[in-house]
Design a protein. Structure first.
Length: 55
């Protein structure tokens, strides 16, 4: 797998996996579309990014 880089240029580390709703109101609607995402954190600046998992 290729490295994911932060906007600051540092390498990001995968810290988790989550199912996320696509909008705020979707969390209350069980029929709302949700997607699987990996969560990455920047080793330098601490920024967090979510990347949709390929199906």
């Amino acid at each position: 797998m290729e490295e994911i880089k932060c906007a600051c240029g540092a390498v990001m580390t995968k810290i988790g996996h989550q199912t996320a709703a696509l909008n705020e109101s979707a969390a209350a609607d069980p029929k709302a579309e949700k997607v699987a995402v990996d969560i990455y954190e920047c080793d330098e600046c601490g920024a967090i990014s979510f990347y949709r998992v390929s199906e």
